[in-house]
Design a protein around this ligand. Structure first.
Ligand code: BGC
Length: 351
């Protein structure tokens, strides 16, 4: 009789939970049978190549999760268009509309406090991604998370691509034969963790391997292909054949450099390396215009975001595929890409 009463109570509970509401605690609470959930996503720029590929993957994983768990997931994506104020308003609207989890690709990674305060007021968890907020901000509340990667890893891998290339054919790369690499570097947005750290570690990795370098120039091109093309065209004007290596903090800027080289480059192109492993960049590696890149795992990060969102909403344990570091971080590893492992990487990107 008592067993029957217990089962009946459980049934009432399950039937009552048609949406994802109430407490959102990742662990330590009863798993909830949830029939629907709403995820709000605000991105700094929806036209950024890497971010738009993440959004595509997130959509696919939402559909997969819906099938797997027999749940209705509504994911609404909005573009902050480079304005932190717009993003703050967008998040506020999600919170007022009762979204269960909010995913934020911050415009200004040093300015997360408004969003954090608003989310706290409605007890809604926030998953920040790709643009890493400062640690003190992430520590301000236990329902704040970050999904991304370790910037320094990609810098080291990019540096190693250049080191390997030098080992194979230094004579060819070192066009003026002075035993040093004359390089230029295209940097992402000022203040973005990936710009500062990738630049530092890429160059350090090359010099640590006892290859001498000489920086001819560095410029911020804001992750942007057209800006990178303009900067590179100027450099080609001033330095011409002197440029032996072009480092770019991401693939779009590496492709911009290649656009400039195609238009008015020297006969023997410098070595060009990027980071991200976007589809267009992999195509350039195939054509051997881009020497190499580093896969920034958009697919893994997107899956991590959706899994974490689901887990927060339902109180189910997080999928074993993802380790939650310090209770807050999911970081996916990078992977170097050259002509040699191109196919393997392409397979990895496919769902
Ligand atoms: C990517 C860039 C992208 C930027 C946006 C970086 O991690 O490598 O391609 O533009 O994130 O925040």
């Amino acid at each position: 009789m008592r067993r029957f009463a217990g089962a009946a109570m459980a049934l009432v509970l399950i039937v009552g939970l048609t949406g994802c509401s109430g407490k959102h605690t990742l662990f330590g609470q009863q798993e909830e049978t949830v029939k629907s959930m709403k995820i709000g996503v605000s991105v700094y720029d929806q036209y950024d190549t890497f971010i738009s590929s993440m959004l595509e993957y997130m959509n696919v994983y939402v559909k997969e999760k819906e099938k797997q768990e027999n749940i209705k997931i509504t994911m609404e994506v909005v573009n902050a268009g480079h304005s932190q104020l717009t993003q703050n308003d967008q998040v506020e609207e999600f919170l007022n509309d009762g979204y269960d989890v909010v995913c934020v690709n911050l415009v200004d990674r040093t300015d997360a406090s408004t969003i954090i305060e608003k989310a706290k007021n409605t007890d809604t968890p926030v998953i920040f991604f790709n643009r890493e907020l400062v640690e003190e901000d992430l520590e301000r509340w236990d329902k704040l998370y970050y999904v991304g990667a370790e910037a320094f890893e990609s810098g080291i891998m990019q540096g190693n691509l250049v080191v390997e290339c030098c080992r194979e054919r230094m004579d060819e790369i070192d066009k003026n034969g002075d035993g040093r690499l004359q390089y230029v570097i295209l940097e992402g947005e000022a203040g973005h963790q990936d710009s500062l750290v990738r630049t530092e570690y890429a160059i350090k990795t090359v010099t640590d391997s006892k290859i001498q370098v000489e920086r001819l120039a560095d410029e911020i091109a804001n992750w942007n292909r057209a800006q990178a093309m303009t900067k590179t065209a100027q450099w080609l004007n001033s330095f011409g054949e002197e440029i032996e290596v072009i480092f770019a903090n991401n693939d779009d800027m590496a492709l911009g450099a290649i656009d400039a080289l195609k238009e008015d480059g020297p006969q023997q192109w410098p070595v060009v390396v990027g980071i991200d492993g976007t589809d267009v960049a992999l195509e350039a590696v195939r054509k051997q215009e881009l020497y190499g890149t580093v896969l920034n795992d958009a697919r893994g990060q997107s899956e991590g975001i959706i899994e974490l969102a689901w887990s927060l909403c339902t109180n189910h344990p997080l999928s074993e595929k993802f380790a939650l570091q310090d209770g807050k971080y999911i970081r996916l590893p990078y992977e170097p890409v050259t002509y040699q492992n191109l196919e393997e990487i392409e397979m990895k990107k496919q769902i």
